[in-house]
Design a protein around this ligand. Structure first.
Ligand SMILES: [Zn+2]
Length: 117
């Protein structure tokens, strides 16, 4: 075992906290936006831009939720003793990948398959 699980766990918990804060900030921004832009006082173009902004915020918020779910899965795998092993094919996940994405539970090949297939 070359992975320092204690360090990884700390990393994951901190990252989880950051993602939750990022998601909360987006929600706070939404509320502020509604207070600061009275309905009926907007050109259609402005309104469209506002809608696009909201879409982006929404997808960012969803991303944060997905990442938090992945972090939870990774933390559970630390508890199970399967952290660092691909959840799909059972291959070891290279440590460079875990350095870049500490919540990775799939090897790069399976992650690509999941994203594109
Ligand atoms: Zn795999």
């Amino acid at each position: 075992m070359t992975i320092d699980l204690v360090t990884r766990r700390t990393e994951l918990v901190e990252l989880r906290e950051r993602m939750l804060n990022a998601a909360a900030d987006l929600v706070a921004d939404d509320v502020g936006g509604e207070i600061n832009s009275p309905a009926g006082d907007q050109h259609i173009a402005d309104h469209a831009t506002d809608l696009v902004d909201r879409e982006l915020d929404h997808s960012l918020g969803e991303n944060a939720e997905n990442v938090v779910a992945e972090i939870d899965a990774a933390l559970a795998r630390i508890d199970e003793g399967t952290y660092g092993v691909c959840a799909k094919c059972g291959a070891s996940i290279p440590e460079e990948r875990l350095d870049a994405v500490p919540y990775a539970i799939l090897c790069l090949d399976d992650k690509r398959l999941q994203e594109h297939g």
